[in-house]
Design a binder for this molecule. Structure first.
Ligand code: PLP
Length: 382
């Protein structure tokens, strides 16, 4: 049997990792500024994280949701405290897509409606909303056969206000659009969403799968707006590489047996991983440093010639060029051994490093980018 080939992969095989660095099977060293799609929050192989998971593995690993697991309570308590949502309840699952599916289910259970508003170019995982990012109307029509999903332009207050009514079940929006190439909803747009959801009885879901866990400089990116969503979904950085996802659920939603469920969600190892991530974020003040490093980095990037736009918050940064980044990315990977991410906008580099990234490591990237750009943009002598 072979693997089902669906991923365009960078051709390196990491065998060891530490902090923001990877070593491959040829003993080559790489600076990782992408963290496997924003997964690495507290750095590769953080010693505290390794110790917590190892200890848990030697105690009891993987026992599903059929017996009491105090680690889930500890995780919920610590997440509530650090995120500023102590009164929300936590449902644990295994991935971002699953978190969003559960959020949509909870919304339908609450208001018995099925129409969803999502935003163009958004990405919510391989869910019912999987192709929200596409402009292909035939694919959108295909989705609408089973789900009534309306895709609206991000940050267009007029269109949103004209569209939402009391037939809408939920409005789902990313804290910062990641896959699209780093686009942030304005504070006033999020505030309007909250107001209109309150007026119509729609549920407001904030997808913080990529933008959450301190990456933006606040625990969740939407917290810059002061808005409190009904449901918040999370995954990626939550387990620093160990698969875990969750839905933070406002106290207005009442739990009852059988409403949601999963075999592996919140298993012992996943909880040990997620608890250690929260401990490290708190102990090492990673939200504050993500904000400070990100602000400084974006200022520095703006001084480099050849860049069209720099945007984002904290350590979730999009760098846009006037041309597709394929060659630039290859140069960074092959000549400078620096890993960066792409976006559905082919002109954008996505930077999603560990929150523990060092200023010196950022400098290495800036220098490599400036030199690669100047070479690439030099007029050819031929
Ligand atoms: N939501 C957002 C905003 C994402 O960026 C992603 C993944 O990239 C997902 C959901 C899906 O997460 P997962 O791949 O864990 O299912």
């Amino acid at each position: 049997m072979k693997t089902f080939n669906v991923y365009p992969l960078t051709p390196i095989t990491p065998v060891r990792a530490e902090g923001s660095w990877l070593w491959d099977n040829k003993k080559e060293k790489y600076l990782d500024l992408y963290g496997g799609h924003a997964v690495i929050s507290i750095g590769h192989s953080h010693p505290y994280y390794i110790e917590k998971i190892t200890r848990q593995l030697n105690n009891i690993a993987f026992y599903s949701n059929s017996v009491l697991n105090p680690l889930q309570e500890e995780l919920a308590y610590k997440l509530g405290e650090l995120s500023g949502y102590p009164d929300h309840n936590l449902f644990l699952c295994n991935s971002g897509a699953e978190a969003n599916e559960n959020a949509l289910k909870l919304s339908s259970f609450k208001n018995e409606r099925k129409k969803i508003i999502a935003f163009q170019k958004s990405f919510h995982g391989r869910t019912s909303l999987a192709v929200a990012g596409t402009n292909d109307t035939s694919i959108q029509a295909e989705i609408n056969k089973t789900h009534e999903v309306v895709f609206l332009p991000l940050n267009n207050e007029e269109v949103f206000a004209d569209t939402i009514d009391d037939s809408v079940c939920a409005v789902i929006i990313e804290g910062i659009q990641g896959v699209a190439g780093i686009h942030t909803p304005t504070n006033s747009f999020l505030q309007l969403l909250r107001k209109k959801c309150d007026e119509t009885g729609a549920v407001l879901i904030l997808d913080e799968v990529q933008s959450g866990y301190g990456r933006s400089g606040k625990f969740f990116a939407h917290q810059y707006s002061g808005v409190k969503p009904d449901l918040i979904t999370t995954a990626k950085g939550m387990g620093n590489g160990f698969p875990i996802g969750g839905v933070l659920i406002s106290p207005d939603f009442k739990a009852k047996y059988g409403l949601l469920g999963t075999t592996f969600g919140g298993n012992h190892l996943a909880c040990a991983a997620a608890i250690s991530v929260l401990d490290v974020i708190k102990e090492e003040n990673l939200m504050e440093s993500a904000f400070a490093l990100g602000e400084k980095w974006m200022k520095q990037l703006k001084t480099i010639e050849g860049i069209k736009d720099v945007r984002g918050k904290g350590l979730m940064i999009g760098v846009e060029f006037d041309f597709p980044i394929t060659e630039l990315k290859n140069t960074l990977t092959n000549e400078y051994h620096i890993l960066v991410g792409t976006a559905s906008n082919k002109n954008v580099i996505r930077l999603l490093p560990a929150l523990t990234v060092k200023a010196k490591e950022i400098e290495l990237f800036n220098e490599a980018l400036a030199i690669s750009l100047s070479k690439q943009l030099q007029p050819s002598n031929n």
